[in-house]
Structure formats: C-alpha cells, structure tokens
Write a protein of this length. Structure first.
Length: 71
C-alpha cells in the first residue's frame, strides 16, 4: 500500500502548479490530472490540503467550483 500522505502531498503540488497559469474549475483540474494518472478522490484531498494551508481560494460560480491561488 502506497503512502497516502505522500500521494496527497505530491498531488497538491501538481494542483498548485496547474493553478499558476490561472484559475480553473474543479472538473477541469480533475480531468487534467486524471489524464496523468491521478485519482480524482486524491485530487479533492489535495485541494483540501491546499485550502487548509491557505494557499488557494475556492469559489462557487453557478454550478461550478472555481479554484485559484491566493494573491
């Protein structure tokens, strides 16, 4: 069994770097990282990690969740 904390941390780094080019909706982040082999549940945990560390903002825009880096 792989180290879950390490996988979440690695995924958080991927999410962070993805957001450096601008805000993304949750489904876009999940889709892009799924193409690289990342599990969507781990992606959500990584987003939670970044939110807890106060690195990102999460906004609700109609039916989409928008995620962006804090300035």
């Amino acid at each position: 069994m792989e180290n879950l904390w390490a996988k979440i941390g690695e995924t958080a780094g991927k999410v962070y770097h993805l957001l450096e080019s601008g805000e993304k909706c949750l489904s876009e982040i999940e889709k892009r990282l799924k193409e690289e082999g990342y599990n969507t549940n781990i992606v959500k945990m990584a987003i939670g990690w970044l939110a807890r560390e106060d690195k990102i903002e999460i906004l609700k825009d109609n039916k989409r969740w928008i995620i962006r880096l804090k300035r």
